[in-house]
Ligand binder design. Structure first.
Ligand SMILES: NC(=O)c1ccc[n+]([C@@H]2O[C@H](COP(=O)([O-])OP(=O)(O)OC[C@H]3O[C@@H](n4cnc5c(N)ncnc54)[C@H](OP(=O)(O)O)[C@@H]3O)[C@@H](O)[C@H]2O)c1
Ligand SMILES: *[C@@H]1O[C@H](CO)[C@@H](O)[C@H](O)[C@H]1NC(C)=O
Ligand SMILES: CC(=O)N[C@H]1CO[C@H](CO)[C@@H](O)[C@@H]1O
Length: 333
């Protein structure tokens, strides 16, 4: 039995690596082929949730540059009005905004139906609205305060998809889901965020089978992108959205941030090419391989950097942030 086990182990690992190299070659060929047949979204109708800032806002601008009609949704009306106006200036034939909360099922029904009755059809749905609770599990005084993570990030996507899929089926449309690399990466204080994004990924992978090609689904897993979120706009343990610069220094620290503009461009390009998965910035894909092939190593490193290391609750990433800030100030003075 031992011999058979060793033999199987050797055969499977060698064939895997040979296959893997060919597979990467094959997928890059497919990607090149897809770039030749990119969807032309000029005149198509795109609905985006969470478009009042950050990634959603820049996805809207990229669709606008490509000539798509837009419906932008979020809760802050004054921001949405500006986003819609900019969209029309940079190339959208028509951009409307609808105020709505994706955690409310009736709002989702209302904004999908308002979009379809205004434009007549719907081609792309981008489910992007999201919040980030940042808190250690044991620090919650009231655990129900963590529920917006699921209500907005998961159920918000599900409700919008529920009301839109009939229309998307008719137009042979697409759903673009903004999940996160924390779906597979480990990060302390992000347990509920991580869980909500993992749920989003599993849910849409399953839908992709159920829809069987009638509606394309692109699952986007961004790494760290410069937005209000990475400026420290987190959901506190009292369920309030607030700017927390201290926590920003801990969770984000000196990690390089991709611009929301570049991220928006990559997302629209990926959806027009019909990718099933898209990771921006691309280098985050390697973290997935590290996680699979060297389980434990990455988790231990991230844990070491992000967990309090002494009784004063000092976190190594925070010290690193302060060190780098001090150094840049010194060098520029
Ligand atoms: N930035 C990153 O590094 C990063 C990394 C991975 C994944 N992501 C994901 O990318 C998405 C966008 O985040 P972002 O970084 O662009 O942050 P952001 O600037 O804070 O944008 C979040 C957007 O979601 C909207 N939103 C929040 N709750 C909502 C609700 N209940 N109903 C409707 N809209 C709601 C916000 O608008 P209102 O407040 O006006 O409603 C805002 O437009 C999120 O799903 C996030 O999890 C971001
Ligand atoms: C996209 O379609 C529009 C009309 O629907 C056309 O005017 C435009 O030239 C097309 N763009 C490309 C790059 O094919
Ligand atoms: C630290 C942690 O729990 N990370 C998890 C985030 O979610 C994914 C599920 O997709 C898990 O594999 C990670 O372990």
């Amino acid at each position: 039995m031992d011999m058979i086990d060793k033999f199987m182990h050797a055969v499977l690992s060698i064939t895997f690596f040979v296959f893997f190299l060919h597979y990467r070659l094959f997928t890059s060929l497919v990607a090149t082929a897809r770039s030749l047949f990119e969807e032309n979204v000029s005149g198509k109708v795109v609905l985006i949730t969470g478009a009042s800032s950050g990634i959603g806002e820049h996805v809207a601008y990229e669709y606008a540059r490509r000539g798509a009609c837009l419906a932008v949704v979020a809760r802050r009306e004054h921001r949405l009005r500006q986003v819609a106006a900019v969209c029309e200036i940079i190339g959208s034939p028509e951009a409307v905004y609808i105020v709505g909360d994706v955690a409310k099922m009736e709002d989702c029904q209302q904004f999908v139906e308002a979009t379809v009755s205004y434009f007549g059809h719907l081609d792309h749905l981008v489910t992007n609205a999201g919040v980030t609770p940042v808190c250690m599990f044991q620090d919650y005084d009231d655990i129900t305060k963590a529920s917006p993570a699921m209500e907005i990030n998961f159920w918000g996507s599900v409700y919008s998809t529920y009301y839109a899929y009939g229309h998307l089926k008719k137009s042979k449309g697409k759903i673009i889901v903004i999940a996160s690399s924390t779906g597979w990466l480990f990060a302390p204080r992000l347990s509920f965020y991580n869980a909500s994004k993992a749920a989003v990924i599993s849910f849409y992978e399953t839908l992709r089978y159920e829809f069987g090609g009638e509606i394309g689904i692109t699952i986007v897993t961004p790494g760290l992108i410069k937005t209000e979120m990475t400026d420290g706009k987190f959901l506190s343990k009292e369920a309030r959205l607030q700017l927390d610069p201290e926590m920003r220094d801990v969770e984000i620290s000196v990690m390089p941030l991709e611009s929301a503009c570049e991220c928006g461009k990559a997302i629209v390009e990926g959806s027009c090419r019909g990718y099933n998965y898209l990771t921006v910035p691309h280098w985050y894909e390697w973290t997935k391989l590290w996680k699979v092939f060297c389980p434990g190593i990455m988790d231990r490193w991230i844990g070491f950097l992000l967990m309090p290391c002494n009784s004063h609750n000092e976190v190594p990433t925070k010290k690193l942030t302060h060190f780098v800030n001090g150094l840049t100030q010194f060098l520029s003075s």
